[in-house]
Design a protein around this ligand. Structure first.
Ligand code: AMP
Length: 396
């Protein structure tokens, strides 16, 4: 059975066609610059040359039409017709407090996605367009919404409640939600298997360290806490996002720089994080190179990043009264051995011991702790598309 996974951004659309009989990727691709001049589709199919189509894509509907053409193309395609696609799984950012479990899309689900436009102003409209485009292109084929907030929605009230007047929670569902849910769902579940932990009681911390970064604590795969909040701005220091700051910082910058709240929030989202501290780059490869060349601000940026991760790990060990396994995932977590080593250097009190040779590894599932380590530490590459495809299969 083949499942198409769709991940729509405001001007992009990523897709993967996955054969669920063996969970292999049959074809995948990317539509870029949707609604902007110079749109392009890049399609890669197993065992075939890459296929690039440069044609205007005014909307996501055109993008989906082009994806369907590419999938069925005589030379580059992988299916004869769309009836081979059993279902479509969509990554959808937000359902407010209405849904946490993945769900087959109907009119009610679409209404909720729309009602949550203010909680996900960039993603929810694009996600809805992707769903409607698939409904048009493949009438009768089920669409499944897999919420990026789904994993975090399972955290307990004491973890999701902001200590602000309760009326805001009641009126606006103003609470912590958590994001990167499909990644935390996938990785925490795989860690339980890979580390041979009790599937009901295994205590796992997942460090999703990429351009956007978040961390989660889960017991038996169920979220205990996760670092992103109402929006992805809360928590760890990221490529361009500040993570946790005293909210008074916003007022202070507004007053001193004559800016309004929206402008300062934009700075905290897009010009802060390791980019803001270093002034060098948001890319960890650039930062590592600059730090090696003696750039002091790049060094401080990396130290602040690592320190925040270590601090959250400590907090989550307290939240779970222990931890059995810690996993690193996403661009930095999977590839940057120095960041992993530096984070683990804080964890001696937990009995964490890293095997430097095993840690000298990139992008593959691997245990990096020694056999004597009291906590198992590993690299576990994330696979959000597969998580979405598994959820879709489960429902259809
Ligand atoms: P993601 O958002 O998960 O795609 O991760 C992107 C981040 O991963 C960027 O900041 C990259 O610098 C970082 N990254 C990718 N490869 C490496 C590497 N070999 N060493 C350090 N960082 C890397």
């Amino acid at each position: 059975m083949k499942i198409l996974v769709i991940n729509c951004g405001s001007s992009s659309l990523k897709y993967q066609l996955i054969d669920m009989d063996n969970e292999s990727v049959v074809a995948k691709g990317l539509c870029e610059r949707i609604g902007i001049e110079g749109s392009k589709l890049t399609h890669k199919a197993d065992g075939k040359e890459d296929y690039v189509v440069e044609r205007e894509m005014p909307t996501h509907v055109t993008a989906i039409e082009m994806v369907m053409e590419a999938l069925q193309d005589a030379k580059y395609g992988v299916i004869k017709d769309t009836s081979e696609i059993a279902a479509v799984g969509h990554r959808v950012l937000h359902a407010g407090t209405v849904y946490s479990d993945s769900i087959i899309v109907n009119e009610d689900v679409k209404r909720v996605i729309k009602e949550c436009f203010d909680l996900g102003p960039l993603h929810n409209p694009a996600n809805l367009m992707g769903i409607e485009a698939c409904e048009k292109a493949m009438p009768g084929t089920p669409n499944v919404a897999v919420w990026d907030t789904g994993f975090g929605m399972k955290m307990p009230e004491k973890a999701y409640t902001y200590a602000i007047p309760h009326e805001y929670m009641e009126k606006y569902s103003l609470r912590r939600y958590g994001f990167h849910g499909t990644s935390h769902l996938y990785v925490s579940g795989e860690v339980l298997k890979f580390a041979g932990l009790d599937p009901e009681k295994g205590k796992v911390i997942v460090c999703h360290l990429g351009n956007g970064s978040s961390i989660s604590a889960s017991i038996g795969g169920k979220c205990v806490d996760t670092s992103m909040g109402l929006t992805p701005l809360e928590g760890l220091v990221m490529g361009t996002r500040s993570g946790d700051v005293d909210p008074a910082v916003v007022q202070f910058i507004c007053n001193k720089e004559g800016k309004d709240v929206n402008e300062v929030l934009n700075i905290l989202n897009k010009k802060s994080g390791v980019l803001g501290i270093s002034g060098v780059s948001s890319d960890f490869r650039d930062l590592g190179a600059a730090a090696e060349e003696g750039n002091e601000r790049a060094k401080v940026a990396l130290e602040v990043f690592v320190y925040r991760v270590a601090k959250y790990i400590g907090a989550y060990v307290a939240a779970m009264n222990g931890v059995d396994a810690i996993a690193f995932t996403a661009g930095v977590g999977e590839n940057d051995m120095k960041t992993r080593k530096d984070v683990c250097a804080y964890l001696g009190y937990l009995g964490v011991e890293i095997d430097d040779e095993a840690n000298n590894c990139r992008g593959k599932r691997q245990m990096i702790s020694t056999p004597n380590s009291k906590v198992k530490v590993m690299i576990l590459p994330t696979n959000e598309e597969l998580a979405i495809a598994r959820e879709t299969l489960r429902l259809v």
